[in-house]
Each structure stands twice: as structure tokens, then as C-alpha cells.
Design a protein around this ligand. Structure first.
Ligand code: FAD
Length: 490
């Protein structure tokens, strides 16, 4: 009987976890391991909220494993070194981990696979983070990578329905005697300040239980789920949000994408009529799939240079604009409220992400999408390498989308959804008493009104960082020229 090691990285769940089942099959001993990799323990790359979400998710995995007679073992260090040590110390014959297609993970996993095979350990690495295997999709397209959602959808349709989720294990072989505690570290032990977090806002804790619970609560409103149409959801809704807010659970694999897919299909069968991709709920999970596929197949996907799908646009390097945007000091309440929500809660509705990304890049500040991507990387709970890069390229009209003349107004866009400015008042309490008429442009309020509201622009709240109409006109011209250059191949 073999000794197996299942290495958790993403895929932080017991449901629909083929790597766990592969590891447990006929094993005398099973070592479920998570390695705290110093690459990720970096507050510049992974902000405190996401690190906390990860630790909560590990806590739940540990609890769920213990209920099945097992436990999570947590070690710290470079994965290759840690694994080399424990494969021999625990006499492991089989190493299983879910496949991860991000560039860092691919380099890491290739090195680990070679090391394990060199020492005679069999490696099994099934695909379960996405609905489809990106290699299969690309092969089906004869090596041509789909660069539009439509082309991706046609390819995926040829592959048929994704595999159904696999069953959760009902019991697991125990690990052997361990020589130390190997428990989950705290935020402080990882060098993070424990965040002063008065409220968790709209974001639930990490963990598969919460991911599954939240999915079922959202889907229990059958009509809303079947009629889900992304552009009609309200970006200013926060109690509750208008979309599932399951991004972080999907990112860490606390919730399996195949489970999401299967559960939504169940609702469709029950309700009958439903919306279709790209707007529908199934359409959302297919956006994820599409961007995973292009990201997987495109070199230098998260940067401008050497990225074949990205238009070359001469963005400005403007650290002051970037800081004002990321620290919610642009003087545009809708943008600053959204950036405050991102900083404090780690989540933003898709259209709010659109608005702030457009504002930073082609709309108002003409700062490179790479800079915005890095801020999102640090602050988003659901930060996901390929989705972040794809959407930043989209919003900056650098790839996928070319209607660059469609610019989100930082004043009138949110007003449509929230004329009273509830969202702004919630995230920018300084503006709480500004009359609704001026909530999106407080600089227009007469000084007396500003004083009565306790919010004098220039003193209590910043002046607008740019004149939106002027900035937009200037940037449209720059964009037109950049497009011309790109068309000439320059
Ligand atoms: P729902 O609308 O409930 O959708 C369910 C799931 O479908 C999402 O959780 C996500 O996994 C997937 N999905 C939905 N929209 C998209 C999309 N446009 N692209 C890819 N997948 C999608 N999403 C991330 O998960 N991680 C990121 O790092 C990320 N960065 C973004 C950066 C920018 C500039 C923009 C404009 C969007 C970004 N998105 C990212 C996409 C999208 O905004 C979020 O997935 C979504 O808002 C998360 O909220 P939700 O879970 O309520 O989504």
C-alpha cells in the first residue's frame, strides 16, 4: 500500500477535487500538505485581505479533513525544497496536485515534476480549476487560440458539456505520526498586520463551506439566477451585491467552477427559460474560461511588452495620478468610493471595475493598465492572474475591445443606478451630508451648501484631479493616434 501526498495550492476544497481522490485511492497513508511559499507572502503582491481569506480557507480545509480522519499539514518555504525533503522523509510514492496554468505555477510545477520523477515518485496532476483543459481546447482549434468570446464559445461547444464534478470523499487515510505541530500560521506570523477591519463589508469569509453556501443562497432565487444579465446588475448595490461575489472562492478553488456550472444548469432545468452567454450566469463562468485559455496560450500576457494580443499605447508614467487613484483621492466621489470599497473589502462589482479602470487609463488619467493591474493584484480578494490582465487590457482598449471612444463618465454613470448616492455616502462618509444633487460632483455645490454639509471641496475632500471632459477629449485623440500607429504595425 502506497503513501501519498496531496499538495493543496488552489483547489482548497474537498468537493470536486480529483487530485485528492487520486491521492487517497488505495493509499495506506495520505499527507495533505499546503506550503506557504515566500513568493506569495509579500504584502505588495498579496494584500492583507487576500492573505486572511487564504488562511481562513486553510482553516476550513483542515477542519473538513479532520472530520474524515485526516488533517492539513502546513509547511513554509520554497515548494521545491520543501517537497524534496518531505517526499523522502515520509516515503511518499505518489504526489498529486491540481494543475495550475499560471506562468509562475507552470515553472514551479515543471521543476517539481522532474524532481519527483527523479526520486521515483509518481506525479498525478489533473485539471479541475477550469471547466476545460486549455490544451484540449487549443488542440481542437488546431493550435489557433481563440481571441474573441464568440470564437471561444464555438470551440467550447465542440468539446461539449464540461465534466460533472466528482464526489467528495467520505473518509481518508490518516497521515503518519508527525514530529511537529505543522499548524496554520497567523497573519502576524507571516508578517502581516492584523487588519483593523471594523466590518467585513459584503465579502464572506474564505473556505469551501462559505463558497458553497453562498452559491446556494444566490441560486435559491431561481428567477433572478435564470434571468441574470450582467449589464443590468447594479454596481452600486452593496447590501447585498447584485452579482454572486463568488470570485474569491473561485479564484482559490474553495468553490469548484464545475460545481458552479452544474448548479446553475440545475436551476436552468427547473426554471425553463433563461438568459444566454455572454450575459447569463453560465456566460460569466465562460468569460473566466475564455480568459484562462488566452492567458495560458499567450506569452507575456500580463504586460505590454512582448505581448502579441496587446496594442502598444504610449501611456504616461505619472506616479502622482496613480497614487491619487489608488488612494481614493481623485476628487470624483464615484471613483473614490469604488477605490475605497476595493481597499477595505477587496471586492468591486464588475461595472465599478470598468469605471475605475477606464478612469485610470484611456478615460481620464492616461496611466498604463499595467500599473492598475498591480494595484488590483494587491487589493482584490479574487485577484486572478489571467482574469486581471485580460480585463485590464479590455478596459484600456489594449486588447479584445476597440470602441475606445466609449468612455465611462465618472459623474453620470453611477447616477443612473443610484441617484441618491447611497453607495458614495457609505464608502465616503465625509460626503454623507452632501445633497443628492451634488453627490457626484460636490465641487459644483455653492460654498454655503458645502459648509452646511461639512464637506468643503479643497479642504475636506479633494478638488477633481482633472477636468473630465477635457481629459477625455485629449485622451481620445491620443488613442486615435495610437490605434493608427498600431494599424500600421508601429
Ligand atoms: P459574477 O458576475 O457573479 O460572476 C461569477 C464568476 O464568473 C466570477 O466570480 C468570475 O469568476 C467569473 N467572471 C465574471 N465576469 C468575468 C469577467 N469579465 N472575466 C472573467 N471572469 C469573469 N475577476 C476575477 O475573478 N479576478 C480578477 O483579478 C479580476 N480582475 C478584473 C479587473 C478589471 C479591470 C475588470 C474590469 C474586471 C476584473 N475581473 C476579475 C472580472 C469581474 O469583474 C469579476 O470576476 C467579477 O466582478 C467578480 O464578481 P462576482 O464574483 O460577483 O461575479
Amino acid at each position: 500500500m502506497i503513501r501519498s501526498l496531496v499538495w493543496f495550492r488552489k483547489g482548497l476544497r474537498l468537493h470536486d477535487n480529483p487530485a485528492l481522490l487520486d491521492a487517497a485511492r488505495d493509499a495506506a497513508r495520505l499527507y495533505p500538505l499546503f506550503i506557504v511559499d515566500p513568493w506569495f507572502v509579500n504584502p505588495e503582491r498579496v494584500g492583507v485581505n487576500r492573505m486572511r481569506f487564504l488562511l481562513e480557507s486553510l482553516g476550513e480545509i483542515d477542519g473538513n479533513l479532520r472530520r474524515l480522519g485526516s488533517r492539513l499539514i502546513v509547511l513554509q518555504g520554497r515548494p521545491q525544497e520543501v517537497l524534496e525533503r518531505v517526499l523522502s522523509r515520509w516515503q511518499i510514492g505518489r504526489l498529486c496536485f491540481e494543475r495550475d496554468t499560471e506562468p509562475y505555477a507552470r515553472r514551479r510545477d515543471e521543476a517539481i515534476r522532474s524532481m519527483a520523477e527523479r526520486v521515483g515518485v509518481r506525479v498525478i496532476s489533473p485539471t479541475a480549476h477550469t471547466l476545460y483543459d486549455p490544451d484540449e481546447l487549443i488542440e481542437l482549434g488546431r493550435g489557433k487560440v481563440p481571441t474573441t468570446y464568440g470564437a471561444f464559445g464555438r470551440l467550447a461547444a465542440k468539446l461539449g458539456e464540461p465534466d460533472a464534478p466528482v464526489a467528495s470523499p467520505s473518509h481518508l487515510p490518516p497521515p503518519g505520526e508527525l514530529d511537529a505541530d505543522y499548524g496554520i500560521p497567523t497573519l502576524a506570523e507571516l508578517g502581516y498586520p492584523d487588519p483593523e477591519c471594523p466590518s467585513r463589508g459584503i465579502i464572506p469569509p474564505g473556505g469551501e463551506g462559505e463558497g458553497l453556501r453562498r452559491l446556494h443562497v444566490y441560486l435559491s432565487d431561481r428567477q433572478r439566477s435564470a434571468g441574470f444579465a450582467k449589464p443590468d446588475t447594479d454596481p452600486t448595490a452593496f447590501d447585498p451585491p447584485s452579482t454572486t461575489a463568488l470570485g474569491a472562492h473561485l479564484k482559490f478553488g474553495c468553490l469548484s467552477a464545475r460545481t458552479f456550472y452544474a448548479e446553475v444548469q440545475k436551476v436552468y432545468r427547473e426554471v425553463g427559460e433563461h438568459t444566454e452567454p455572454p450575459m447569463s450566469l453560465i456566460g460569466q463562468i465562460l468569460w473566466r474560461e475564455f480568459f484562462y485559455t488566452v492567458g495560458y496560450a499567450t506569452p507575456n500576457y500580463d504586460r505590454i511588452e512582448g505581448n502579441p494580443v496587446c496594442r502598444q499605447i504610449p501611456w504616461d508614467d505619472n506616479p502622482e495620478y496613480l497614487a491619487a487613484w489608488s488612494e481614493a483621492r481623485t476628487g470624483f466621489p464615484w471613483i473614490d468610493a469604488a477605490m475605497t470599497q476595493l481597499r477595505t473589502e477587496g471586492w468591486l462589482h464588475h461595472l465599478s471595475r470598468h469605471a475605475v479602470a477606464c478612469f485610470l487609463t484611456r478615460g481620464d488619467l492616461w496611466v498604463s493598465w499595467e500599473k492598475g493591474q498591480a494595484v488590483f493584484e494587491r487589493l482584490l480578494l479574487d485577484q486572478d492572474w489571467s482574469l486581471n490582465a485580460s480585463n485590464w487590457m479590455w478596459l484600456s482598449a489594449s486588447a479584445f475591445f476597440n470602441a475606445y471612444y466609449r468612455v465611462y463618465s465618472p459623474i453620470s454613470f453611477a447616477k443612473k443606478y443610484d441617484p441618491e448616492g447611497r453607495y458614495v455616502r457609505r464608502y465616503l462618509p465625509k460626503l454623507a451630508r452632501v445633497p443628492a444633487e451634488f453627490i457626484y460632483e460636490p465641487w459644483r455645490a455653492p460654498l454655503l451648501v458645502q459648509k452646511q454639509a461639512g464637506c468643503v471641496v479643497g479642504r475636506d475632500y479633494p478638488d477633481p484631479i482633472v477636468d473630465h471632459e477635457q481629459a477625455k477629449a485629449c485622451n481620445l485623440e491620443r488613442m486615435r493616434l495610437a490605434y493608427e500607429q498600431n494599424a500600421k504595425g508601429g
